[in-house]
Design a protein around this ligand. Structure first.
Ligand code: ARG
Length: 581
């Protein structure tokens, strides 16, 4: 049940009657009441009437009492909306009895392709790939939970001219030796060594050039060596996904090379459609609306002057395959913002070619950078890009130490489990709790803190509730679902904090629905933080175990529902909860 939407649906016809046309009532949570609508202010400006009059006129038309909502005009022309306790209690009881916490499965399931992670063969994953992997994983989880058919695509960079030098370097090292380096994750050393030879050694450069030709020509030995590079790198990436606790598997790799056989067709079809223009020896499309700094139209190069196809043609082929073969109606690309123009141009060309049209939608979910404490791009002390695994291991180690220092009796195994859930959770949450288009600073102290908008704060709130429920004797097994002695006990609001928590609990469905559309995962994170904060206030003021019978059951129900919502919400973000920490 999405309360925000219900209120909005009730106010919309009243606004329409006053405005003489559709108006979004702009319902949101309020500090003064349960909810408020701010739409009268803008409408008043438009109609040239006092806002309070408009708000009053809207309320004269609105039907709200049958759902137990009272409304009043406040301040300059806000409409404050307050639920009667009885109505609120009924709604919360409905949530408690619903395995999906009021969030319905979608009525219109879509096939959604999520393109994320996408590291490059024989190159270390960097923090940009970390963001893509974490954001993509959360998007996959949320859309899957809502009942969409989600296809994960790991668009591995496994093709292109660098493979000439990489294969030659592999031959120089010897296959066994090279495989060893790569599977251990020593990718950067391998890549750099190849690069150095390429830059300094004329003969190596020539061998590399010939090797690219052999690779493209399908030479058998060359293909086998290339495969070796790819599989060893994939094996390594899978260990990173495992550590990061994300659902990407070996089956999800669909590298750039998988589209090779489609590239010529893409360019031919663009030619047939009259979209191709030669430019500087290359074949290009100039989608309308894209100009460089000098005002000249910008090309999307689909075939380079050396005859090769490259990154943009591959993305066009992939898009066509995702729509045509996979039947996708929503295409998501979780890739850093530096590639914003690339995707905008790919989408524009696909639209011009008729490969992308409503209802199919393509969205670039761009994201900013992770910065070091100095506010600059995250770098290691030696000035190199930071190795992702190192970052993850540090998070787990720090979280394990913190757990041990807070609770010296913890055995090694328990400390390791907590360290992993909290450390990885903290990394993910630090990423997901900020607007993804913004940069953020990697700050260990802050992201591992038990207070603030952090994973440990939410995980701790969850564990605390589990402990209360354990003590109440309602859940014997740490991971058993929460069962109350009297699930149908009436909900009582003796204190404002109980009421506030109840209203917050009702907001889950609205937030999940909004994030389904926007994929602004920080909205979900922000909601969970508000919920945990409301719980803390409740827990401070409302004794649970010492309360009298009826109050105790009601409070246990609110606490249990909070735990379920936190657990579900964190699960959608890919973050684990612990029954004890
Ligand atoms: N491999 C690319 C990189 O590391 C990202 C690929 C993103 N996906 C795509 N369909 N272009 O920058």
């Amino acid at each position: 049940m999405d309360l925000e939407k219900l209120l909005s649906d009730r106010l919309a016809p009243a606004f329409a009657a006053v405005a003489g046309g559709p108006v979004d009532p702009l319902v949101r949570r309020s500090g003064r009441a349960d909810y408020q609508s701010d739409a009268a202010l803008a409408l008043a400006r438009r109609l040239g009437r006092p806002p309070r009059d408009i708000a009053g006129a809207v309320l004269a038309h609105a039907v709200l009492d049958d759902i137990g909502v009272s409304a009043e005009v406040s301040g300059p022309g806000f409409i404050n909306l307050t639920l009667a306790d009885r109505a609120l209690a009924d709604l919360v009881a409905g949530l408690a009895g619903d395995a999906r916490l009021g969030v319905p499965s979608t009525a219109t399931p879509q096939t959604v392709v999520v393109d994320y992670s996408a590291p490059n063969v024989a190159k270390e994953m960097h923090v940009g790939h970390l963001r893509s992997t974490v954001i993509g994983d959360a998007a996959v989880r949320l859309l899957t939970w809502l009942g969409h058919r989600v296809v994960r695509v790991n668009h591995l960079g496994d093709w292109g001219t660098p493979f000439g030098m990489l294969i030659e370097h592999l031959i120089d090292l010897g296959e066994a030796e090279a495989a060893q380096h790569l599977s251990m994750g020593d990718l950067d050393t391998f890549y750099r060594a190849a690069r150095v030879k390429f830059d300094e050694d004329e003969a190596f450069r020539e061998r590399s050039r010939l090797r690219v030709v052999a690779l493209q020509g399908g030479d058998e030995r060359t293909r086998r060596l290339w495969r070796l590079l790819v599989t060893q790198s994939e094996r390594y990436f899978l260990t990173v996904y495992d550590l990061l606790d994300v659902g990407l598997s070996g089956d999800d790799f669909r590298g750039e090379s998988a589209y090779n056989h489609l590239l010529a067709g893409v360019v031919d079809d663009l030619d047939r459609l009259g979209l191709l223009r030669p430019s500087g020896g290359a074949e290009c499309v100039f989608p309308p609306g894209f100009t460089g700094r000098d005002g000249a139209p910008l090309p999307l190069i689909v075939r380079k002057s050396d005859g090769g196809y490259g990154y943009p043609a591959t993305d066009l082929a992939a898009l066509r395959q995702r729509v045509g073969e996979l039947g996708a109606t929503r295409l998501l690309y979780v890739v850093g913002l530096p590639q914003r123009q690339h995707f905008a141009m790919v989408f524009a060309v696909a639209e011009a070619a008729g490969w992308l049209h409503p209802p199919v939608r393509a969205e670039h979910l761009g994201f900013g950078s992770i910065l070091g404490a100095d506010g600059r791009m995250l770098r290691s002390r030696a000035g190199e890009s930071v190795k992702l695994v190192g970052l993850l291991e540090e998070a787990v180690a720090r979280a394990t130490d913190l757990a041990r220092s807070r609770n010296p009796d913890l055995d090694t195994e328990a400390a390791a489990e907590i360290g992993r859930a909290v450390g990885i959770g903290a990394i993910k949450y630090a990423d997901l709790s900020v607007d993804r288009t913004k940069d953020y600073v990697l700050d260990w102290e802050r992201m591992l803190a038990l207070d603030g908008n952090t994973a440990p704060y939410l995980q701790y709130a969850y564990a605390r509730i589990r402990s209360v429920l354990r003590r109440a004797g309602t859940a014997a097994q740490p991971d058993a679902p929460i069962v109350l002695a009297r699930p149908d006990a009436p909900i009582v609001f003796a204190q404002p904090a109980e009421r506030a928590l109840a209203v917050e609990l009702l907001g889950f469905a609205g937030v999940v629905g909004e994030v389904e559309r926007s994929l602004e995962l920080h909205q979900l994170a922000g909601y969970l933080h508000r919920l945990a904060t409301a719980f803390s206030a409740f827990y401070e003021r409302c004794p649970v175990l010492r309360a009298s019978d009826e109050l105790r059951e009601s409070r246990l129900l609110l606490a249990g529902l909070t735990a379920r919502t936190l657990r579900q919400g964190l699960d959608l973000l890919g973050i684990r909860t612990l029954a004890r920490m």
